[in-house]
Design a protein around this ligand. Structure first.
Ligand SMILES: Nc1nc2c(ncn2[C@@H]2O[C@H](COP(=O)(O)OP(=O)(O)O[C@H]3O[C@H](CO)[C@@H](O)[C@H](O)[C@@H]3O)[C@@H](O)[C@H]2O)c(=O)[nH]1
Length: 258
């Protein structure tokens, strides 16, 4: 697949500029080669870290094959022994990237929901000075393609709930397509993050704001996966609901005390 087939923007954006794209995978054997090819077509100088939680479908071995075939050495693979959540996989990937001094660390799903051809929009935000750039479905220009109505309702409800509980103005705080400047990840206390599932996204955006960093949203098109299944479940939703309530309460208590 080429970038143009996926409608890469005409604007030639900043190149990868030393960035690392962390891609967590669980049972994504058919999606992973496609997303990696699209990514390296879109930004030839970006590096990729696949964080695989011993996928039973052999995604980890597929990733090894991709890494071995890339003569430029841009693809790296981390194998974890158990599936213990999107958040934990990202934390392990971030630690790997920070140890190697990548200046920008990017989150991207393996399933094609996040278009690599739009990554330059996030990197442009970083180059213009933002500390965290969120690829947002809910700012003007952002869109959802083929997402089931129940997921859209859940996502918009979760964003409204998080905005009200936390007093934040981020429109898409649950989004999983984002670019962090490395110093942000060093500063916000990753050791204390205990969000295992998708509320990890809210957790990190909230920490970023609390530490006084700047957050910018840029519009993206989020497209429902064509292959495989979402790993979202009831436990993920409950964790998000409870954690956001706790953070909101802690924030209010802290404001009351000061
Ligand atoms: N290593 C690892 N990877 C995981 C795990 N759970 C999910 N993943 C990987 O994380 C990515 C996203 O998982 P999906 O299950 O496809 O996510 P989704 O339902 O489409 O949710 C998307 O939207 C959410 C709500 O807006 C986002 O919060 C989420 O990050 C993601 O972008 C995929 O690459 C998937 O293989 C895990 O426990 N371990």
């Amino acid at each position: 697949m080429t970038g143009s087939q996926h409608g890469r923007d005409e604007v030639v954006g900043p190149q990868g500029a030393g960035g690392l794209v962390v891609i967590p995978t669980f049972n994504e054997r058919d999606n992973l080669p496609r997303i990696v090819e699209r990514l390296l077509n879109a930004l030839s100088d970006i590096h990729v870290l696949v964080v695989d939680d011993s996928s039973p479908d052999g995604t980890g071995q597929i990733a090894e094959g991709l890494a071995a075939a890339d003569e430029a050495g841009r693809i790296h693979v981390m194998h974890r022994t158990v599936k213990d959540g999107l958040g934990k996989a990202y934390l392990a990937g971030f630690a790997w990237g920070l140890e190697r001094d990548y200046p920008v660390i990017i989150e991207m799903d393996a399933d094609g929901s996040h278009a690599p051809e739009q990554l330059h929009r996030l990197l442009a935000g970083i180059n213009e000075g933002a500390d965290l750039v969120i690829g947002s479905r809910y700012v003007p220009g952002g869109e959802l393609v083929n997402w089931p109505k129940r997921r859209e309702v859940l996502s918009k409800g979760a964003n409204t709930y998080a905005r009200m509980a936390l007093g934040s103005s981020i429109k898409d705080i649950t989004a999983g397509y984002r670019a962090y400047r490395a110093p942000v990840l060093r500063a916000i206390g990753l050791d204390e993050v205990d969000s295992a599932g998708y509320c990890f996204q809210i957790d990190l955006a909230w920490r970023t704001l609390q530490h006084g960093f700047t957050v910018r949203e840029v519009p993206i098109t989020f497209t429902e996966r064509e292959i495989g299944e979402s790993k979202m479940d009831g436990g993920v939703i409950l964790e998000s609901f409870l954690n956001v309530a706790r953070w909101g309460w802690q924030g209010r208590t802290a404001r009351f005390r000061s």
